[in-house]
Design a protein around this ligand. Sequence first.
Ligand code: ARG
Length: 396
Amino acid sequence: MDKVLLLYSGGLDTSVMVKWIQQEMKKEVVTLTLNIGNSNLDEIREKALSLGVSDAIVMDVKNEFAEKYIKKEILADGMYEGYPLSTAIARPLMAEKAVYYAGEYGCGTIAHGSTGKGNDQVRFEVTAKAIDENINVIAPVRDWNMNRPDEINYAKKYGIKVPKDGKYSVDENIWGRSAEGSTIENIANPLENDVYEWVTPLEETGNGETIDIEFEKGIPKMINGAEYGLEELVEKMNVIAGRNGIGLVNHMEDRVTGIKSHEVYEVPGAMAILYAHKMIESLTLNKYELDLKEYMDNQWSNFAYNGLWYDPVMEHINQFESSLNNYVNGKIKLKLYKGNMVMKSIESDNSVYNYEKISYDNSNFNQDSARGFIDIYKNNTVYTNNARKQKIKVIQ
Ligand code: ARG
């Protein structure tokens, strides 16, 4: 009998899914639970086993997530419509593991809990197929036509403990927390403070704090002089930036499925790290590099958001990003205060900033040549205007 490998979170949807696959599809289920944030793996494994699955695989992948996914996002300053991508970059990792364990456990099908309205189904399925074109992927929520009360009834019928789900639909990993649904869906509603878990509401933050962040080849390595691996550094930054009100995003978003949605993110560490990273870039890269990088960063973000992590073009973009980031070394001092970040000082051995050349206090720059430079530089604009017999109207 063909088995199904189910990406299992322990929540209501995926718990009902276990029974549904067993009952309606008459297939054995193997669950896979990945901890990318703060899932309680032991509890979830127990729950899966109690539902009669043939195996319940659990694993902590936070470090792999940081090293293989967050790292690339930092190099590419990955943001979509103004927020650091978090859910979007965790899905390919989940799909990757699902395909791998499906192979190991003899499952020809993988199942995930996404709905038909969101981006995540696209990310799971495109990634899975990119890795193994022949794998079968199902998303029971799209097929079973059950609303939440139906799911609760179904759960009761099969003795599934109905988890006390929170008010919002939340997805979180160490890089960010996303909330949707419930009162968030009514965009005229002011955002309620009960959405906040990682970011302190501005009215409750203190006097702010100053921190030093040090980067090596584009990756943050130290906070206030102490060295951390990326996973730990991200978690630390979430706490520091979060308590200063940094990283709350409440915005409208355009999904791959053509739907405009209202989304709330808490991304304190990611915001602070990307801000600091961009500042070091602006010191160590030149104008042409920065212009091209902005274009490539945008491409990177769109491909990541749209579920195309494993499109071959990403390999080229990532190589470009790594190559430029070889020069992104240095240290920045940031003041964090009530949701604001202000640079206090910055330094780098790769600094392109040249004090000798720019300072008004010395004569190390041939000001005389500026006249000749402008005489030629103006030509394009002046000649074109002449050709068009355009008189520029000057307001008197
Ligand atoms: N809309 C976000 C994205 O596409 C995150 C959605 C995560 N799901 C949730 N139930 N909060 O990346």
